[in-house]
Every structure is written in C-alpha cells, then in structure tokens.
Design a protein around this ligand. Structure first.
Ligand code: CTP
Length: 401
C-alpha cells in the first residue's frame, strides 16, 4: 500500500463505521487515501470522521466542485491506483452493474481505469437474492474483484453471510491480489476447444468424446494470468468462464479451420486443444437417410489439418498442439511436433486413469522444440492449464534470450 493512491467509496449501510477503521489502517500502511460517500452513507457516519482519518477532503456530491480547475469525479478517477467500495450495498452493486452514474461514487467508478475491489455488506437474504447475485457476476466478469462478506451475526438480527469483511482482511486480500503475478499481460492467446461435428444428414453426425474442459480451463487460466483470450469452441456443454473471453462458436472442422486461420495472425500464443475430426462424410444428405437392408458404407474424406496449416503460417506465434495417445507418447508426440512445425506439444496418455477427455483431471507430458520433456502429474484441468501456460512462457523467454 506504500504510496498507493487509494480511493475508498463508502455506501450507505451500518457497516460504514468499519470503513473508518479501514481508512485508518490504509493510511498507517502508507497509502494516500481519499474518501467518497453516498448520501445514505452520510446518514451513518460524518464525512468529518473520514476527513480527519484520511487528512483529505471527503467527496459526497458530484456538483460540489472544490477546485474550479478540475472536474472532481474525473480527477479522482484518474488519480486512483486502487478503488475500494466498502461497504458495498445491494443498491450500489446494482447501479454499477447496470452502468448507472447518478452520484459521486458511480460517476467516478465509470470513469476510472484503477483496479476496483468490492466488499459487499448487507442482509443475508439480500445478498443471496438472484438479482444481487446476477449483478455481482456481471461485475466479476468485467474484472472487478470481490472481497466476500463474512458470515455471522448481522446488524439486522439475522445470522448468515453479509457481514463486511474485517478491514485488516480487506487490506490483506487486496495486497495479495495486487502482488499476484499476471505474466501474460499484453499477450493475446488463441485457444481451440471441444470436438467438431461432421454431418451425414440433418439428424446424424460424426463426433468424438472431447468435452472441451481442458481448452476452457486453459482459456480461464490464461485470462487470470492477464492475457486477452479468444476461444474457438466446438459444440460443448460448457459456459464461457468469463464474458471477457471472446468466444467464437463453430461446429465443423471446416468452420474451425476458417475461424483459426482468420484469428491466428493477430495472436501471440496459439493452443490447439480441440479434438478435430480427421474425416468427414463426402456426401451430406439434405434429407434424413432411410434405413435399408444390408451393410451401410459411408465414404469419408480427410478434413484439413488446421494445426499443420497454422504451423506453415507461423511468423511470431508460439504454437502448441495437443495429442491423445495410448502408447509411445514421446515418439508420436515429437513426430507431430516436427511434422506440424510446433513450438511445443502436450501429450495426454488417455489410457491412464485420471487423464483424457471427459474427466475433471488430467495427466500430461509437455515436449518443446528443444526436445525437453516435462511431466505434469495428475491434477485438476485448471492446475494442468496453469502449468502448461507457465511452461509456454518459460520457453518463450528462453527463445528470446
Ligand atoms: N488437429 C487439427 N486439425 C485436424 C486434426 C487435428 O488442427 N484436422 C490438431 C488437434 O487440435 C491437436 C493435434 O492436431 O492439437 C492432434 O494431432 P493429430 O495428428 O491430428 O492427432 P491424431 O488425430 O490423434 O493423429 P493420429 O491419428 O496420427 O494419432
């Protein structure tokens, strides 16, 4: 917090009294603190208290311009490194989630590029109301960070979740978040995930067992590590982990080919976790095929190898393939790496329990161009995703050095 400009927004709940201790602790830790209050917050605590604790003027009214040379809410928005809303009522969360700007706090929040932390405090039933949950999800998707309220006795008499987190914990959580590394900041990551579907007729298609989970976890982990993420997804039963991820839905291998080759040039890291169909029926019937006696033969043709095409298109990109094997992992993996001009390949031993398509865990081996080999032991797909991205970053740094 040392020398950080911290803008504290206090909205109108009984927990506003705890914001006084928060102001005091922030200044003790060396932060420059300025406080904004809603009209309702002023009903609970006097602005003079915050003024004395922060040694700065307190802002309560958008139109009370203290300095004629500046527009206060824009000036404060630009000044802040960190903006904390504590306590955040259901009302202020709802307003921000819907882009409403009708007072000092909400206008400043819309104008700021600072990291925003929200510490809610309200009655447990309000906190659990679907409208409030939806608004919090919207803000979380935008990239605002929530400091969950604690559970216990609430001022309204209920026992449950809704109590403003303790000021010392709020500061601890913010410090930890500020210091957490975002090594993919400024990088654009393109990921393909899921299976493809190749139709025979309007009601039948060929596909495979890919669930898309590994690719989606890679997208989530890359976003958390600071990347701008594009996810080209085959048909899966998964929700995009955050609306900040640019998801492009495709169905067939040809559609995935079109999307990936279009997106490829503008990305820095490209990971092909999708299980693309290698073959598709030569004929797709417009009407439903009727069954007949005897054997049915369906002629299939090869689809385009997307990864191989990307390997040929490669300029600056770090290109990573996936392979599912049951034997000779190293031999088959390295063969694909060379044949498709990859920088690395992640090989899943799908014969092993805990690895592969449908489960929530994976076991993998990462091979790079220098033929170095890294075992990623059994872990959740999210952990495996983080490990893969860390290995990619390390190889990219080695290449530059
Ligand atoms: N891939 C692709 N386009 C295809 C097929 C596969 O981009 N038409 C990509 C997958 O996304 C994955 C990698 O290639 O990253 C898998 O390599 P591939 O050689 O196709 O694997 P298998 O189909 O398992 O190959 P083989 O049958 O030779 O084992």
């Amino acid at each position: 917090m040392q020398n950080k400009n911290v803008l504290l927004a206090v909205s109108g709940g009984i927990a506003a009294y705890k914001a006084c201790a928060l102001t005091s602790k922030l200044t003790q830790q060396g932060a420059n603190v300025k406080v904004m209050m809603t009209k309702s917050a002023v009903e609970f605590v006097s602005p003079l208290t915050f003024q004395a604790l922060s040694r700065n003027p307190v802002f309560t009214d958008t139109f009370d311009e203290k300095d004629a040379k500046k527009i206060a809410h824009i000036d404060l928005a630009d000044w802040a490194d960190i903006l904390i809303i504590a306590p955040a009522t259901a009302n202020i969360i709802g307003k921000i989630a819907n882009g409403i700007a009708d007072d000092m706090i909400t206008t400043t929040i819309l104008a700021t590029k600072a990291n925003v932390y929200i510490a809610p405090a309200m009655n447990v039933n309000m906190y659990e109301h679907p409208a409030v949950m939806k608004n919090m999800q919207t803000l979380s998707d935008i990239g605002y960070f929530f400091i969950e309220p604690g559970a216990g006795y609430l001022a309204c008499g209920w026992i449950g979740k809704g109590r403003l987190e303790e000021p010392s914990t709020i500061i601890e959580v913010i410090n930890a978040h500020q210091n957490s590394p975002r090594p993919l900041l400024g990088k654009k990551v393109l990921i393909s995930a899921g299976p493809t579907r190749e139709s025979i007729d309007p009601v039948r298609f060929f596909t495979n067992r890919s669930s898309g989970k590994m690719g989606y976890k890679l997208a989530e982990a890359a976003l958390e590590m600071g990347a701008e993420v594009t996810l080209v997804s085959g048909p899966v039963n998964l929700d995009v982990p955050s609306s900040s991820i640019n998801r492009i839905d495709v169905v067939t291998a040809e559609e995935m080919y079109q999307a990936m080759t279009k997106e490829f040039p503008s990305h820095d890291i490209v990971i092909k976790a999708a299980a693309v169909a290698d073959y598709r029926p030569i004929h797709t019937y417009d009407e439903k095929m009727k069954k007949q006696d005897g054997i049915l033969q369906i002629e299939m043709e090869r689809t385009k190898d997307i990864l191989k095409t990307l390997g040929e298109m490669k300029t600056k990109q770090f290109l990573v393939g996936f392979a599912a094997e049951t034997q000779n992992l190293k031999k088959y993996g390295l063969d694909k790496l060379k044949r498709k001009n990859l920088d690395a390949i992640v090989v899943n031993n799908v014969g092993q329990e805990g690895a592969g398509f449908e489960g929530d865990t994976n076991i993998a081996t990462y091979f790079n161009k220098k033929l170095q080999e890294y075992e990623i032991p059994k872990a959740t797909k999210k952990e495996v995703a983080k490990e893969i991205l860390t290995l990619i970053l390390r190889d990219m740094k080695d290449e530059k050095a």
